[in-house]
Design a protein. Structure first.
Lengths: 662, 512
């Protein structure tokens, strides 16, 4: 098994990317696009504003930064693509539109990932169009001007390292946006899966998506093959207030874990005390299950929501508006409920606007997918309540949803202070840009930003910035203290962990599993765990067996010939459809030939012979009648010399009868 | 080895579906229904034939009472405590059906209740919801999986597997898509046993579009002449399908006659349908981006006081089959007028008024000693039923080609005819046991062995055809799994070397 990490990703919105070569197949995990790199482009200035002119950002229609190392792989060599979340899907049209992408490549993602991912792609292209409208479409083919080396050299260091990558090898990852047609082709190629659905690739790999708890539709992968089983563990969350819970039972007992949760790289402000505590508590099994329950996570996230809500209320009370550029359902949906409840309890009436071309569809969709939500939300289905409150809130007019900022019905009801949820966190796309131009100098206003965004750079074009900025980090993966208890619970034999997280792992190597470390763009080779394959032998074939006992070995052996089938990663031996000639292959014999036994056997076939000894051989048998022949025996080599074919066949039969054979 | 099937209900009849199958040592109860035609002990399967603690799990295929009606009794009164599985829609909608029926029995007919409202709630809380195609590991050995059955929202066929023994219980299914549901979908499974419904064992139905047109025409003619249309249905399923049909027709024809739903129940049911839209047909799912098709434009709730208001209307009233309750109340008032129309959708159990109306054209119905109802209204039968017809059953059996078929949920003479067809046309053994009978179905068993890598690598593909043929040596040792290896590996295991025999035609000089 070979694993190549192509990208470690960067935070929630840009998952890592790997290639796995196993059982003769090449599997690609995730196909992300790094949308945080959009920060190198200058946002579209509003008319009459000069604030965005005084920056050194690239003024052009943006291109998109995909995983550069993925371009080194021949797309036709990829057999399977597995996508764990809607965000990991956003780069897929770049891959599927390549001419070399094979139509036989299978792409799997959960149904919810496909549906939400599809909406996000559409939203991305809609928002991108604003740039095209502003700058006009690309007139020339080939690379845009900003990608000229002379222009690149002129970029500020920080921008340059985003464009070129730290090792200056990522320029090839930049590609122009996909079209609506690219999106459609891409979505049509995906086979959507339910959680826990088994799908079999080529009879060999049995693939299953299991909930990771990170967000709606996001999953981990279980893959079983004749060579063993593995888990691809993406960023996972144990306690979710909206998405289906992390699925332990079906993840446990696999041979190998590929740990691909890099989220703790982004939250380095980790206190040592916690780490120590976890190393100790990881020792007992019961304790580790407690540790993984996720209740603490729910509580912490809940507290965060309350804090954000209280900040929003403070701003609004002072007459300032709040802007929430986020695309995470796990943030936006609970936040809407919290803030509306809070306003209700304070008897405040503040308009809440959601501005995105796809928001209406997305919100409607979230209320009709109970199978993808956490138990608490599912309870609402069973008691006949709406899954999320937002549908009611929209009906009551507390929340209003609009495709654009400048749509006429929005302008009619627009009132400040207000709260705006805008789709894009990059601060380069969508209505967030215009609203930042409007509010950046108002000290009463509030911007809620997710941590992990290049915030300095993202905010640069909106300087001087007087509005308050609240940076929040939301749980985006497994906390380090939970990693060891998790591995112990899952009971795997081998764990693959990123080298970059090595320092954060508790030092003591576990006796329960072996750790391998992998590094970006290097192949990690994992030795095979299994010597043989699991197989089933059909009963009708068993009845045909003619076993011989080998008493000295205490075993029985039988020659077996049958049809070999590979179904769902398991071999089956069954009766062939048509009768086989069972004697095609010469039999195998072994063991020493006793000269006297051989003579007796020859006599039975009416062949007379006498034994000769010669230093070159163990012994020889010289035959005179019925034809002349010589049998020379040396170790396990026996040579029969005879001109008469019948006699030589008879001699062979006699020889067979005195040897062990099968 | 064998699968042992105890038919507790729906054996040679329609009603109280319940089959207990023992597969690989695990006992699974498929459905736990009640018989709507009885109100005594015959209404429930005879659970005394079971020890409830032997059952590994109960799986319910859909929310119809003849498939789930006895579940609260089995869990709360008989004390079954193990896992219960059903799809998300079934778990959401079943309590409505159960409580609705319990109320009719107790409050209206004054019968003794078999279980209470609390029993229903307590029972339903224990249910584990499952999704279509999700493979569920019930325990270490037993796997179950639901397949889309199309019959009603959330209806599923249930596949069960222990080791290499595999079976499928269809529940009720429909092989053709209807207004709001897709057709049944199944993988090509290699099954030892298929248990299938056979409601329409001998009927072949034509396209339903002509029948939909007839229905719309009958309704339209009636309301245009100022008549009232009563459609007795159960709250869920048929009501929503017909509503989509009517709502759409009203829109196209610009009709303003009100469409009513009786009681809050169906309105509430529509709320569930909106959340569960992912379980409807692809066509509906695709049309749903912003407006939910279960947000009916022309539909409003009905009050009892409106029964005798003048003017035309269409009313969906529960329960179906006019077996009592509100639909009976309205029927009493509306049946005597020849301007009115009663449209009866679907199957009616013997003994109900619906059944009487469908079999012949009665002019009066004796409800009880004191109540006679004059029936002068028109009767329209909607024969489109969400069950598969005989062609659908044969197609499914042929597609799956199981080793054995058991027919349930049908009428005895028709089942006999279908059994004949399955055995003669498809060459598959078929049975249709009566209630409380046990059938043993033999299964093929395979021996678990291990195969060496060289053995697998050495296999050859036969020239004619794509069969891969492998040859090797099976080594059997007491206390170990048998292992199949190549010749070389075999010699290596026993520590011997192969004797190499060579032949030459010329005499060696030594002999001369």
């Amino acid at each position: 098994m070979k694993l190549t990490c192509l990208s470690e990703g960067g935070g929630f919105y840009s998952p890592p990317c790997h290639i796995l070569q196993w059982c003769g197949f090449t599997l690609l995990f995730e196909c992300p696009v790094d949308l945080s790199a959009l920060a190198v482009f200058s946002p579209i200035p509003t008319t009459g504003s000069s604030s965005s002119d005084n920056n050194s950002l690239i003024r052009a229609v943006p291109w998109y930064k995909t995983v550069a190392s993925l371009h080194l792989w021949d797309p036709s060599s990829i057999d399977v693509v597995l996508i764990s979340s809607p965000w990991a899907l956003l780069g897929l049209p770049f891959l599927t539109r390549k001419p070399g992408f094979s139509s036989s490549t299978k792409i799997y993602a959960t149904e919810a990932t496909v549906r939400f991912g599809h909406l996000m792609m559409k939203e991305l292209t809609f928002m991108h169009m604003e740039y095209v409208r502003y700058y006009g479409p690309d007139k020339k083919l080939g690379l845009p001007d900003w990608m000229n080396w002379t222009n690149l050299e002129r970029l500020q260091m920080e921008l340059k390292s985003i464009v070129l990558g730290e090792k200056q090898e990522e320029l090839s990852g930049w590609v122009p946006i996909y079209s609506a047609g690219d999106i459609k082709d891409c979505i049509d190629k995906i086979q959507p899966l339910k959680l826990g659905e088994e799908v079999c690739f080529n009879g060999t790999l049995v693939i299953r998506a299991l909930s990771s708890g990170l967000d709606i539709g996001s999953c981990n992968w279980s893959i079983k093959s004749p060579k063993g089983s593995l888990v691809y563990l993406s960023s996972s969350v144990f306690g979710s207030a909206h998405a289906m819970e992390f699925d332990y039972p079906l993840l446990s007992g696999h041979d190998i874990i590929i740990f691909s949760d890099f989220s703790s790289l982004d939250s380095m402000d980790y206190d040592e005390e916690d780490t120590n505590k976890c190393a100790l508590s990881g020792e007992s099994e019961d304790c580790s299950m407690d540790e993984l329950s996720g209740n603490d996570e729910l509580e912490a996230e809940n507290e965060k929501m309350h804090f954000i809500c209280s900040c929003i209320v403070d701003s609004v009370k002072k007459g300032g508006s709040a802007l929430i550029p986020s695309g995470r359902f796990g943030v936006v949906l609970p936040l809407l409920e919290h803030i509306c409840n809070l306003f209700d309890s304070l008897n405040m009436k503040v308009p809440i606007f959601i501005i995105s071309e796809t928001a209406q569809e997305t919100l409607a969709l979230t209320n009709s997918i109970p199978e993808w939500l956490c138990k608490q939300r599912q309870k609402k289905l069973f008691s006949g309540e709406a899954l999320f409150q937002h549908m009611e809130l929209i009906k009551e007019g507390i929340i209003s949803v609009h495709p654009f900022l400048c749509s006429s019905d929005l302008l009619e009801i627009w009132k400040e202070p207000c709260i705006v949820i805008s789709p894009h966190w990059s601060l380069r796309l969508g209505s967030a840009v215009q609203l930042l131009h409007r509010w950046h100098a108002d000290p009463r206003s509030l911007l809620i930003l997710e941590e992990g965004v290049h915030d300095e750079l993202a905010l640069m074009p909106f300087k001087p910035l007087k509005m308050k900025v609240l940076q929040c980090s939301f749980l985006s993966g497994i906390q380090m203290k939970k990693v060891n208890p998790l591995f112990q619970t899952l009971r795997s034999k081998i764990v693959l962990v990123p080298q970059s997280l090595r320092s954060q792992f508790t030092r003591r190597e576990s006796e329960l599993y072996k750790i391998y470390y992998y590094t970006k763009n290097e192949i990690a080779r994992i030795p095979s765990l299994k010597e043989g394959f699991e197989a089933y032998l059909a009963t009708d074939l068993v009845f045909q067996l003619q076993p011989t006992k080998l008493p000295e070995k205490n075993i029985a052996v039988a020659r077996l010939k049958g049809k070999l089938l590979l179904r769902k990663g398991i071999y089956y031996l069954t009766l062939p459809n048509k009768q086989l000639n069972m004697s095609v292959k010469p039999s195998v014999h072994w063991g020493t030939v006793e000269p006297t036994c051989l003579l007796r056997a020859l006599n039975e076939k009416e062949i007379d012979g006498s034994i000769l000894h010669n230093e070159n051989y163990d012994f020889c048998v010289c035959v005179k009648k019925p034809a002349e022949a010589l049998i020379e025996v040396k170790g396990n080599k026996i040579m029969i010399s005879c001109e008469d074919k019948t006699v030589s066949a008879l001699i062979n039969e006699a020889l067979n009868s005195v040897c062990n054979r099968i | 080895m064998a699968i042992q099937c105890l038919i507790l209900g729906a054996g040679q009849e329609v009603g109280k579906s319940c089959v207990v199958a023992m597969i690989g040592g695990k006992k699974i109860m498929f459905d736990c229904g009640m018989h709507m035609g009885f109100s005594d002990h015959r209404a429930f399967p005879d659970f005394s034939l079971l020890s409830s603690n032997d059952i590994s799990c109960v799986v319910i295929t859909h929310f119809h009472l003849d498939h789930i009606g006895a579940l609260p009794y089995f869990t709360e009164v008989c004390g079954y405590n193990g896992p219960i599985y059903m799809t998300y829609p079934t778990k959401a909608l079943a309590p409505l059906m159960l409580e609705d029926y319990r109320k009719i029995l107790v409050d209206r007919r004054g019968l003794e209740e078999q279980y209470t409202y609390e029993n229903i709630i307590h029972c339903m809380n224990k249910v584990i919801p499952i999704d279509i195609k999700q493979t569920i590991q019930v325990d270490k050995d037993l796997q179950i999986r639901a397949y889309y059955a199309g019959h009603v929202l959330g209806a599923a066929m249930i596949y069960a597997q222990v080791g290499e023994e595999k079976m499928l219980y269809t529940g009720d299914y429909n092989m053709t898509p209807d207004r709001h549901l897709g057709a049944a979908q199944i993988d090509r499974l290699s099954l030892d046993l298929l248990i299938t419904e056979s409601t329409y064992a001998t009927t072949v139905r034509d396209s339903k579009y002509s029948r939909e047109r007839e229905f719309l025409k009958a309704v339209h003619t009636c309301v245009a002449a100022g008549g009232k249309v009563l459609i007795p249905t159960f709250a869920l399923g048929r009501a929503q399908e017909l509503c989509i049909l009517l709502d759409d027709y009203w829109e196209r024809m610009n009709i303003n006659v009100p469409i009513y739903f009786s009681a809050g129940l169906t309105i509430q049911a529509n709320m569930y349908y909106k959340m569960l839209i992912g379980w409807t047909s692809q066509k509906i799912k695709d049309s749903y981006t912003v407006r939910n098709p279960f947000d009916f434009k022309h539909v409003c709730p009905f009050e009892r006081s409106m029964i005798n208001l003048p003017g035309p209307c269409v009313l969906f009233a529960t329960p179906g089959m006019i077996s009592g309750g509100f639909s009976l109340e309205v029927f009493k008032q509306w049946a005597p007028s020849d301007k009115n129309l009663i449209a009866i959708p679907g199957y009616c159990v013997a003994g109900t008024i619906g059944h009487k109306l469908m079999s012949g054209k009665p002019t009066r119905i004796d409800l009880d000693k004191d109540t006679l109802i004059d029936v002068r209204c028109q009767i329209h039968q909607l024969t489109f039923s969400p069950h598969t017809d005989s062609k659908g059953i044969m197609d499914l059996v042929e597609f799956l080609s199981p080793k054995h078929v058991i027919l349930v949920h049908g009428e005895k003479p028709k089942m006999a005819a279908l059994k004949q067809r399955i055995e003669s046309e498809l060459g598959i053994q078929c049975e249709y046991p009566a209630n409380n009978e046990t059938v043993l179905v033999p299964t093929t068993q395979s021996l678990k062995i291990s195969a060496s890598k060289t053995f697998v690598r050495n296999c050859t593909t036969e020239l004619d055809g794509d069969e891969r043929i492998a040859e090797g040596i099976l080594v059997m040792e007491k206390g170990h799994n048998a292992k199949i290896v190549s010749e070389e590996e075999f010699l290596e295991t026993i520590g011997a070397e192969r004797n190499v025999v060579s032949f030459t035609g010329w005499m060696s000089p030594l002999a001369q």
